[in-house]
Design a binder for this molecule. Structure first.
Ligand code: 5GP
Ligand code: ZN
Length: 110
């Protein structure tokens, strides 16, 4: 999608601090972190949200998530969030998983 911010990051047309990448997914630091560790994990292929995520890409995202958790040394705990749609608080409409860590997370979310 030519006008999608995260597609542009995946194509490296827009700079991001990449922490993990393979043929299927890319992970980079959030530009406006809300926790000491705040990483966004995206599929390279454009899809609006998690409802469009197929089993094969999901497998690659899960494997990448496990790798990132090990690399970032956040096994002590983290939160995985995928804001979806208007009520979910989604602002960028290319599927992304937030990996948040480095502090205690409150519950319920705002
Ligand atoms: P959402 O609100 O859709 O769940 O999450 C979008 C996230 O993308 C936000 O946390 C926001 O800070 C992050 N973000 C927006 N624009 C950019 C950007 O240009 N670069 C990076 N690295 N993160 C961005
Ligand atoms: Zn996109």
């Amino acid at each position: 999608m030519s006008d999608c911010l995260f597609c542009k990051i995946a194509e490296k047309k827009i700079h991001a601090k990449i922490v993990y990448e393979d043929d299927h997914v890319l992970a980079f630091r959030d530009i406006n972190p809300v926790a000491p560790t705040h990483i966004l994990l995206i599929p390279r292929t454009h899809m609006e949200n998690i409802l469009g995520l197929g089993d094969d890409t999901a497998k690659h995202m899960l494997a990448a998530m496990r790798q990132i958790v090990a690399d970032e040394k956040i096994e002590k705990g983290f939160r995985l969030v995928s804001n979806t749609g208007e009520h979910g608080g989604q602002t960028v409409y290319h599927l992304h998983w937030h990996i948040l860590s480095g502090r205690h997370m409150g519950w319920p979310p705002g």
